[in-house]
Design a protein around this ligand. Structure first.
Ligand SMILES: Cc1ncc(COP(=O)(O)O)c(C=O)c1O
Length: 444
């Protein structure tokens, strides 16, 4: 049996899959925080292009991928689907572990799947600059690359703790022409507000989003771009699951369990959503979403309306949230340090379609190291969460279960965290009950 399923570039999906078309009941709409009424498309036009707003609200099942986007996708798509045979052997499991390798993009993760699309839709509407946040630096790199390809400027607000831990990610973004700031900054009112209250703030994705949204709202030629959470981001990521489905069919297999790590939920959505119709039709398929114990939005958060950012500039989204003022402890998986969860992922989790799970960072690195030593590729710390769950599922499986895991990114710029782990310097961070209670108290 083949163990590395490659598709030709002709097999890149020509349409994205929109799971909204297949939901059994309507999702709660985003609300205008001023009026508490469903947000109208035109209210989003100051920061997003019309093309993306239309996708955000679309109920169409299939949306054509523009040729200009496909042309860039062809640089690394279709990505390989690989069997982790050596990992299976090390575990002594009968289960099959397959990983969809999204680390093969130039930026090193799944993030360019949406960055390219977002840059394109902004470009055709005459936008000159995009502002964004980044946690681990993966999203910022992806958008810097995309802006470079489409001849636009890019400003990245990078969470301070990651900015300090990952200078090479910053340099990568600068190489692709972006301007990068350690957030919170003194450049925006949002940043100044946080710094006045917490001068030593390590930053968070929620804070960086506030800064980037404010930057876009204040500049006519600038739009904001979000790397996760929103419906159109989950839509663009569906290329991952659509390809994986084709590849598994070629290999003559079908997954019993699909696993992804969740920060804002986009890579998980990307691999799972194209399989949702099968599950609704009765296939005994499990979706496992994995998060850090110190940022447990799905496992311990509330399903409620909350802001997507810390300062409260975004529409209210119905999602699992830890409270928009929650600042997660600085775990190495910076891309998973987000207080909320994609409304689409949240909705399916609330419906019982998704099994959430949380791990501590050391057990995640145990798993990531085993993967690196058996399969060779060094996982990003975020991806390590999914690998840990895949290993646990393989160990627990009786018989030949087929596990599909999204390998969301490599960890080549996360080696300082591997250094800490290998040298016994990695501390197990705890989430204080008090901090959680306080931030959750703000969620209605
Ligand atoms: C490699 C990698 N995986 C996963 C994530 C989490 O994001 P999402 O939940 O949107 O896929 C990130 C975010 O930065 C990432 O860099």
């Amino acid at each position: 049996m083949e163990e590395r399923i490659l598709l030709s570039e002709k097999e890149i999906p020509q349409q994205w899959y929109n799971v909204q078309a297949d939901l059994l009941k309507p999702m709660a709409p985003p609300l205008n925080p001023g009026t508490n009424q469903p947000i109208k498309p035109e209210e989003l036009y100051p920061i997003f292009p019309k093309g993306l707003v239309a996708q955000e609200m679309s109920q169409e099942r299939w949306i054509d991928i523009p040729d200009e986007v496909l042309e860039v996708y062809r640089l690394w798509r279709p990505s390989p689907l690989c069997r982790a045979r050596r990992l299976e052997k090390a575990l002594g499991t009968k289960a099959q572990i397959w990983y969809k390798n999204e680390s093969v993009s130039a930026a090193g993760s799944h993030k360019p799947n949406t960055a390219i699309a977002q840059a394109y839709y902004n470009k055709i509407e005459g936008v000159k600059r995009l502002s964004t946040e980044t946690g681990a630096g993966q999203w910022g790199s992806a958008l810097s690359l995309a802006c470079q390809f489409f001849g636009m400027k890019c400003t990245v607000y990078m969470v301070k703790v990651s900015f300090q831990q990952k200078p090479y990610r910053r340099i990568m973004m600068e190489t692709w022409g972006a301007e990068v700031h350690a957030s919170p900054t003194n450049l925006t009112d949002s940043g100044k507000k946080i710094l006045a209250e917490f001068p030593d703030s390590p930053g968070s994705l929620g804070i960086a989003i506030s800064e980037a949204v404010e930057d876009a709202a204040k500049h006519e030629d600038t739009n904001y771009s979000l790397g996760s959470v929103l419906n159109h981001v989950c839509l663009h990521q569906s290329v991952v699951g659509l390809e994986a489905k084709k590849q598994m069919k070629l290999a003559g297999i079908y997954p019993d369990i699909i696993i992804g790590c969740v920060g804002g939920g986009s890579n998980f959505a990307g691999i799972c959503f194209p399989f949702v119709p099968d599950k609704l039709a009765g296939k005994p398929l499990r979706f496992v979403a994995v998060e850090p114990k110190v940022c447990p939005s799905l496992t311990r958060g509330k399903f409620a309306y909350d802001f997507g950012d810390t300062v409260g500039l975004t529409p209210l989204l119905k999602m699992f949230t830890l409270g928009h003022k929650f600042v997660p402890p600085p775990v190495h998986a910076g891309g998973l340090r987000y207080h909320g969860m994609a409304p689409l992922v949240s909705f399916l989790a609330a419906e019982g379609m998704i099994e959430p799970r949380a791990y501590q960072q050391k057990e995640v690195f145990d798993a990531a190291l085993l993967f690196a030593r058996t399969e060779g590729i060094i996982p990003a710390p975020e991806t390590g969460h999914a690998i840990k769950a895949a290993i646990d599922e393989a160990k627990a499986a009786s018989g030949e279960k087929v596990i599909l895991v999204n390998f969301s990114g490599h960890g080549h710029f996360d080696l300082a965290s591997y250094d800490a782990y290998l040298n016994g310097k990695m501390v197990e961070l705890e989430l204080s009950e008090e901090a959680l209670k306080k931030s959750m108290g703000e969620v209605k």
